[in-house]
Design a protein around this ligand. Structure first.
Ligand code: PGA
Length: 236
């Protein structure tokens, strides 16, 4: 693991430089993307680099980690909308190469296995971006006694729904389920970049990186990955 400690507010720039280097090094980069507050500054820098001509997205294929179930694709809080607003509509990515699990599929089980196959058909993910939840979740893999390996439907933890209620008008509106890549899907990425900002996440990050490897702290399973880069503004 490479742990990069940065000053507060600098994680986005540092992450964008590393992420852009990965994209530039590959002829047909397959990237895994994340939503949430954490990656927003990194996306801003990627947009700047794209608009200045330094970074080309035209050959990039992207797979997002997760999507809510039962929320219309164009709902302002869908992860599809989030990615459009924070990255895709400002860069020269081909929208035909942008993939999300469909949380409104008639058969969610079929959708999950199709998403898994699509990632494999694209050649697997070269670099996966991750945030970490206060409860240690990655994607929407919530703490559990078992490891859900592949893309699956996840019941959201109450704490996750409470944390995400800030984006909705009330907690009742926060979906109860989501489709998420599984732990194995994530660990299959050739490289992983975990971003973690703020004092409120220091303790869970410490547990994830140095504590027991357990599905009770899903991010701790990242310890098993040989090419993990962690960027944080915390002194852990
Ligand atoms: P945040 O979410 O970036 O909004 O803190 C991270 C996560 O829950 O994975």
């Amino acid at each position: 693991m490479e742990l990069i400690k940065v000053k507060k507010g600098h994680e986005g720039n540092v992450a964008a430089v590393l992420f852009a280097d990965e994209i530039k090094a590959l002829a047909r980069p397959v990237i895994g993307l994340a939503t949430g507050s954490t990656p927003v500054r990194m996306y801003d820098y990627l947009i700047k680099r794209n608009q200045s001509g330094e970074l080309d997205f035209s050959k990039v294929c992207s797979f997002n980690l997760d999507e809510y179930c039962g929320l219309p694709k164009v709902h302002p809080q869908s992860y599809y909308s989030f990615m459009q607003e924070h990255l895709f509509k400002y860069v020269n990515i081909d929208q035909r190469n942008v993939f999300f699990p469909n949380g409104n599929a008639v058969s969610l089980a079929e959708e999950c296995s199709q998403y898994e196959s699509m990632i494999q058909e694209a050649g697997g993910i070269d670099i996966q971006l991750l945030g970490i939840g206060h409860n240690g979740h990655i994607g929407f893999n919530e703490p559990s006694d078992i490891i859900a390996k592949e893309t699956h439907v996840q019941v959201l933890a109450d704490s996750t729904r409470t944390a995400n209620a800030r984006f909705f008008t009330s907690i009742e509106e926060v979906p109860t389920h989501a489709i998420t890549m599984g732990i194995k899907t994530i660990l299959n990425a050739r490289k992983i970049m975990l971003l973690c900002c703020g004092e409120g996440k220091a303790e869970i990050l410490k547990q994830a990186l140095y504590g027991d490897v357990t599905p009770r702290v899903p991010a701790s399973l990242l310890q098993l990955h040989p090419q993990l880069t962690v960027i944080t503004d915390q002194n852990i």
